[in-house]
Design a protein around this ligand. Structure first.
Ligand code: PDD
Length: 294
């Protein structure tokens, strides 16, 4: 079964899909993206991801490539053509093709591409697959609220993690506080069972859609979340820790640098949150109220 990609209106075999060499996404990373999980045939948190895509485009003054309904239809057509029940959809929108010039082109059509990959959502396996993270300096630009494809800072951070046999790199700001993971939000649970994650103020992190969904679930379950900055030293002392993203969902962390977290297994609260999230994702497709960028 060949994989199918989408390139600006056309569904093409993955191996043949491409964009122009003067696409601004290629030359300037002048583009934004989203990753949406497909869980049991349902697009997880689709509303939140499409809301954020439109917001990111607006922040960069890139045209929205098509009406919302058409985007929803194209996503479903990707699922149908790829015949995947559990996986990920990657969507990227660029400012389009134009002769290389830093200034926005007067006229260009946005490029929209989508690719799809299979994934497994085996919950016991995910709980067992405990992760190590390392800390690295956060060397990125200041608009981390925009989900741009200018990801070289994150690429270097993730490679530093991979070099040390770790799953993720938690990036640290100039004041010693953790911002987020290279491709996920960072969470710790302290000895008083407080769930702590950095606030999205000052555009210092990406407002994760999974993070927002978790916040809503915790509110329902009366689990308190404290949104505040935390230091590396505090993270070392955490009882539990995890990463959240559309790809990781909720990934238990049991080691930060050389410090063990908890008893080496996924923590109790982390497991409960993963169960809650999966129930939400599989039962109603993670249908979310409108995602709030504030
Ligand atoms: N990354 N922070 C960063 C820097 C991210 O790149 C991501 C997601 C998140 C979590 O956001 P969400 O819950 O909406 O996936 C936080 C995606 C998955 C990626 O780049 O592959």
């Amino acid at each position: 079964m060949p994989r199918i990609a989408y390139v600006s209106g056309r569904y093409i075999p993955h191996a043949d899909a491409g964009v122009h060499i003067e696409d601004r996404g290629f030359q300037f990373a002048d583009s934004v993206y989203e990753v949406v999980a497909l869980v049991n045939g349902r697009l997880c948190d689709e509303v939140g991801h499409l809301d954020r895509l439109v917001r990111s485009l607006g922040e960069l003054r890139i045209k929205v490539p098509m009406p919302r309904k058409s985007m929803e239809m194209a996503l479903r057509e990707m699922v149908r053509r790829n015949r995947i029940k559990n996986g990920m959809i990657y969507m990227q929108v660029t400012r389009g093709v134009a002769p290389r010039d830093f200034v926005f082109p007067k006229k260009s059509d946005t490029t929209l591409v989508m690719t799809m990959y299979p994934a497994k959502y085996d919950i016991p396996a995910r709980k067992a697959a405990v992760k190590k993270v390392i800390t690295v300096p956060d060397i990125r630009w200041k608009r981390r609220d925009i989900k741009t494809t200018a990801l070289i800072g994150q690429v270097l951070a993730k490679q530093a993690a991979a070099d040390k046999g770790a799953y993720e790199a938690w990036m640290v700001d100039d004041d010693g506080f953790i911002t987020e993971g290279s491709s996920s939000n960072a969470w710790i649970i302290d000895k008083n069972r407080n769930l702590i994650t950095r606030a999205t103020a000052n555009n210092s992190i990406l407002k994760g859609v999974t993070r927002s969904a978790l916040q809503a679930l915790c509110k329902k379950e009366k689990i308190k979340i404290i949104e505040r900055k935390f230091t590396v030293a505090e993270a070392y002392k955490a009882q539990e820790a995890f990463c959240s993203s559309a790809v990781a969902l909720i990934a238990p962390v049991v080691q930060i640098d050389d410090k063990k977290i908890g008893n080496g297994q996924a923590g109790e609260i982390t497991c409960k949150l993963l169960d809650l999230y999966m129930e939400y994702a599989t039962k109603n497709g993670g249908k979310q109220e409108r995602w709030n960028p504030a």
